[in-house]
Design a protein around this ligand. Structure first.
Ligand SMILES: *Cc1c(COP(=O)(O)O)cnc(C)c1O
Length: 402
């Protein structure tokens, strides 16, 4: 008999988005007319098409694949072509972080690397995750049999959990700009986390999937903008939100050469080496046309076009935030993030507020309770819709709550 990984039974049911769909379906069936007005502001997926420079590069690469002289098979070590790794390294330089091309591994997205990175760490680590958080950090650790403890992100700390010197964590997951709360760490706060990690010989897994949404000049775009981070942090990034690659699939992970931990025998181990070993065994790289498309994201033309799409979403975020301001609703995010994380009015619970918006104004958001216990009473709206739908939804919200 095949023995199963019993850790799967310890996972929380994939409750959030299933429950949301269930409630929308039930409402749509009982109220077919009203359901035609439904505006979805719940899902964290982009809607703007790929930039023309990106599409051109992908087409050109597809043509190359059909010609004997320019056809390409495996991407050698599966780490990503030099043209793309150099482009990413230059991108880091543009916001003041020194990351060399050989520290970068191209991936098929941040979710897989966030999950797979767990493989290079052993059993018995104290894993610290902020609450609320992107569910992948907890789930991937539970699947590997690890226990997870939480650092509270709350209204009091602006949904930016800080280290507690009484807790000795070995692995720490941070996400800034944050999904779901839209909050960001400033340089001083990130420095506290880096100092804490260095003092405890801990490793930070830093999810920077939303770095391109940062608008304030003093907010770090990378953890490597902070001194000492290269000795303690792995950074995982993605083109999904930066350049609309959710369906195209490309990301990158930085494991710095200076990131060294001791094995049980006391020998120094470069984490980059064991991550390379893990990926070498289980991953064969990203398709050539997608890597060319990704390279185009970092070209001057690609950057200009991708920035225009981000600006489009940022305008939506501004409209949502302005509505909350008008209604006196507390929120975080919206400035350096496509998410607005708002406090449900009149002390309502997340799911009650969800039902109220669904049934009274046909607007769908995401109940904060689905991201952790500190999310209850909070609600996430995304700026990834169209201007028209976002404005319409905010007008309805204003009429409902004013
Ligand atoms: C969307 C998102 C990602 C990106 O995942 P991909 O697999 O690259 O599409 C990573 N982390 C967070 C927090 C996200 O919201």
């Amino acid at each position: 008999m095949a023995k199963l990984n019993e850790n799967f039974s310890k996972l929380k049911k994939n409750y959030l988005f299933v429950e949301i769909s269930k409630r929308i379906k039930a409402y749509s069936e009982s109220h077919p007319e009203e359901a035609k007005r439904l505006i979805r502001m719940g899902i964290g997926d982009v809607t703007r098409p790929l930039a023309p420079a990106v599409v051109d590069a992908m087409k050109k690469a597809a043509d190359e694949m059909g010609v004997k002289e320019t056809f390409r098979g495996y991407d050698d070590l599966g780490v990503g072509y030099d043209f793309l790794r150099n482009a990413i390294s230059d991108y880091y330089k543009s916001f003041g972080a020194e990351v060399s091309a050989d520290e970068i591994r191209v991936s098929d997205g941040a979710k897989s690397d966030c999950g797979n990175i767990v493989d290079i760490f052993g059993a018995g680590n104290t894993v610290l995750v902020t609450d609320p958080a992107y569910p992948v950090y907890v789930d991937s650790n539970i699947m590997n049999g690890n226990e997870v403890i939480f650092a509270d992100s709350t209204e009091e700390n602006g949904f930016a959990a800080m280290p507690d010197s009484n807790i000795k964590a070995d692995l720490i997951y941070l996400c800034s700009p944050n999904n779901p709360t839209g909050s960001v760490y400033n340089k001083a706060q990130l420095k506290e986390w880096v100092d804490y990690a260095l003092a405890n010989n801990a490793v930070i897994i830093y999810d920077a999937a939303y770095e391109a949404f940062i608008t304030e000049a003093d907010i770090p775009r990378s953890i490597y903008c902070v001194e000492g981070a290269k000795k303690c942090a792995i950074e995982i990034c993605s083109l999904s939100k930066t350049a609309g690659f959710t369906g195209t699939r490309c990301g990158y992970t930085v494991v710095p050469n200076e990131l060294i931990q001791k094995d049980i025998a006391g020998n120094d181990v470069k984490l980059a080496d064991i991550w390379q070993r893990r990926q070498g065994s289980k991953f064969n790289g990203v398709s050539y046309p997608v890597q060319r498309a990704a390279e185009a994201v970092f070209s001057p033309e690609g950057q200009k076009q991708c920035r225009e799409n981000i600006a489009y979403y940022q305008e939506n975020a501004r409209v949502i935030a302005a509505t909350c301001d008008k209604l006196g609703i507390k929120y975080t995010g919206g400035v350096n993030s496509p998410y607005i994380w708002l406090k449900c009015p009149n002390g309502m619970g997340s799911w009650d507020f969800f039902d109220k918006l669904l049934t009274e104004i046909q607007v769908v958001g995401t109940p904060g309770a689905g991201f952790g216990k500190n999310g209850d009473g909070w609600f996430r709206l995304t700026a990834f819709g169209t201007h028209e739908a976002t404005k319409e939804a905010m007008e309805r919200l204003e009429n409902l709550l004013k």
